[in-house]
Design a protein around this ligand. Structure first.
Ligand code: GLA
Length: 406
């Protein structure tokens, strides 16, 4: 599977279903959930702030058959390790299966009765590249486990919270809800503006004359046990400091730039910069929504650039490779806007590119980046996608049908 060819476009739905049924038996059903790229609003989700991700047409697929025993059997095309676990005694394990075991535990905690299932996973989303392969794994397998249990999410947020539970209690990453949310609720043609405090959201139509181009540095980011949780603690330290002055502050969402300047001297220098990133990034998301509405591509370029600088200098989650990739993109034909995306410490940049120039843009960024860093990057255009669901096909039809989760 190459990154430029998503599975569902090279294999039509019927053939895909036949393939998995050939392997797992006639009862086998197929589910999938997309990865995502975040356009703007980085590290704001766990600060009750604003984010603007879009689901992308790179999916994780979970083929599932029911088992008579109340157990989970997990296999993956990409990883050798397989798992067997009793649903009555689910515990964290090591490796990729942990995301799925945590998802099962999260769903049961929300009152879903799970029956036994055997799941076979296949993914088109590069791992550790900041494109939410883990959320796609959680949401696709969550749907599969519900499907084999003859049930379906009562509401999409149950999937989102179960995946969040898995991250926090099984995987050990204190993530926000952006990734799981967009993998569940994604809308083709749109980014989603999500308010992570109120959980209100709206679709933001993407500019029709721009392509979304992802540039992968190939530097693997490891969120678990990394600086991610530390950033969260630093933000919490900021909240506590502001609370001493204004007890009604519950998160950095309640703090304005003026407050930040006024109390700068009371904050440790690092905490001040972390808070400044979050507060200004929320503002940039609001301005980006307006720029998308107005079709103001120039303003989007400014906002993406400011977001990247803030993540690099204030939040310190960029790296030399991401900075070089942004620099290479800014000098390439057709460039509209670009910045690092996702948790950081490696992974990808996201770019808006004027459509007629996409091929030239990709060639130019690849050449400049190779010159700057001595490595060949992976660069490809993606399309926005709908959130996860079950794949079905009418006999004899080539059309891919999705029973959506939401
Ligand atoms: C990771 C987390 C998200 C979010 C981003 C940074 O992708 O899973 O919850 O915090 O980093 O914006």
């Amino acid at each position: 599977m190459t990154e430029s060819q998503p599975l569902a476009t090279v294999m039509k739905a019927e053939a895909l279903l036949q393939q998995v049924r050939g392997k797992l038996g006639p009862d086998c059903r197929l589910y999938r959930a997309p990865g995502r790229v975040n356009l703007i609003g980085e590290h704001t989700d766990y600060n009750q702030g604003l984010v603007m991700p879009t689901a992308i047409n790179r999916f994780t697929y979970a083929a599932a058959v029911p088992l008579s025993r109340k157990e989970l059997r997990l296999e993956s095309r990409e990883f050798e390790q397989s798992y067997t676990a009793s649903l009555d005694a689910i515990r964290p394990a090591q490796g990729w299966g942990n995301y799925v075991l945590g998802m099962a535990a999260g769903l049961m905690q929300r009152g879903y009765e799970l029956r036994g299932s055997r799941l076979q996973i296949q993914s088109e989303i590069p791992f550790g590249a900041g494109l939410s392969s883990s959320a796609a794994l959680e949401i696709s397998t969550g749907l599969a486990m519900l499907g084999t249990s003859q049930t379906w999410p009562r509401e999409g947020m149950d999937l989102v919270w179960a995946a969040h539970f898995s991250d926090h209690h099984f995987v050990g990453v204190l993530s926000g809800i952006m990734d799981q949310f967009v993998s569940t609720y994604g809308r083709r043609g749109c980014a989603l503006l999500l308010d992570c405090r109120s959980l209100e959201w709206e679709p933001v139509p993407l500019p029709p004359d721009c392509d979304l181009v992802i540039c992968n540095t190939g530097v693997r980011h490891a969120l678990a046990g990394s600086e991610y949780n530390q950033r969260r603690q630093e933000c919490q330290a900021g909240v506590e400091c502001f609370q001493r002055r204004r007890p009604q502050v519950r998160s950095l969402r309640d703090v304005h730039e003026d407050d930040l300047q006024r109390w700068q001297a009371d904050l440790p220098e690092v905490v001040f910069r972390r808070c400044r990133h979050i507060i200004t990034e929320n503002q940039r998301v609001i301005e980006a929504r307006q720029a998308f509405r107005d079709g103001n591509l120039y303003r989007l370029g400014e906002l993406f650039a400011a977001s990247h600088r803030s993540l690099r200098d204030d939040y310190e989650v960029s790296c030399a490779e991401l900075d070089a990739m942004v620099e290479a993109a800014e000098a390439a034909p057709g460039f509209v806007a670009g910045r690092m995306t996702g948790g950081g410490f490696g992974g990808c940049t996201v770019n808006l590119v004027h459509q007629p120039y996409t091929a030239e843009f990709i060639a130019s960024v690849a050449a400049t980046y190779a010159r700057l860093m001595g490595k060949k990057p992976d660069i490809w255009a993606v399309e926005s996608a709908n959130g996860g669901g079950e794949l079905t096909a009418q006999p004899g039809s080539q059309e891919l049908l999705i029973r959506a989760a939401t």
